[in-house]
Design a protein around this ligand. Sequence first.
Ligand code: KIV
Length: 283
Amino acid sequence: MAKKKSILDLMKMKKSGEKVAWITAYDFPMASFAEQAGMDMILVGDSLGMVVLGYQGTVPVTMDDCISHCQAVRRGAPNTFIVGDMPFGSYQTSDEEAVKNACRFLKEADVDSIKLEGGRRILSKIKAISDAGIVVIGHIGLTPQSSGQLGGFKAQGRDVDSARELIKDAIAIQEAGARALLVEAIPPELTEYISNKLEIPVYSIGAGLPCDGQLIICGDMLGMFQAFTPKFVKKYAKVAEVITKAFEEYREDVKGEKFPEDKHVYHIKDSMEDFEKLFKEFE
Ligand code: KIV
């Protein structure tokens, strides 16, 4: 079994050019599959709100939701670098609240790092959490928690003015102590510039190839999340179809008394006559 990566390994991978394969997981089975497949990192994203809990967005997700899902993921992937995603409301109110909640991720769920969304406007939180000794991953570009302000789930940094702001955010995030940066739904030209400019690893979700690794949402790539599919998703499987078909077959088998078969039952050990005597005792 491969050794669990540390932030120093991730830095080394940036230097050597080896790409990081990063995926989300929210529960024990998915985390086990990710670890067996040799993923470098797992994100327990607050996307769990949409992918697993059935909310319309990520805003309703709570700290307790995140902690409990991180715990399950850690049980499933004891040897993988796990990132806990700080949910909306867990860090915006004050630096103190941000540090307190980041500490919960480490103490209660044994994650290796936390991620939080935003650029210069949350810099003091990035700094405070980093100063507390916690590995922080920044997240800029399309930031789902503030999609209301962005006018929806839209690509960012496509014009020079907005790209300039993102470059300033990226530099400031590194200076505040973050140890890696995730860029979401920005043009690859900008991703490449930011990745070359920063010393810390830069990972992409929907931001193209030229950077230090890729993140994908498991529900999207497996074809399990059916509400919508972003342009940047590659579907590697049609799991929703497989599951629905299996459920339909099971339902038909039950209605037609084709399940369970003889091989699925536990037979009696004593004779049928003995059992008939037993049943008579209750008549
Ligand atoms: O919650 C999540 O999965 C994320 C990704 C959208 C980057 O933050």
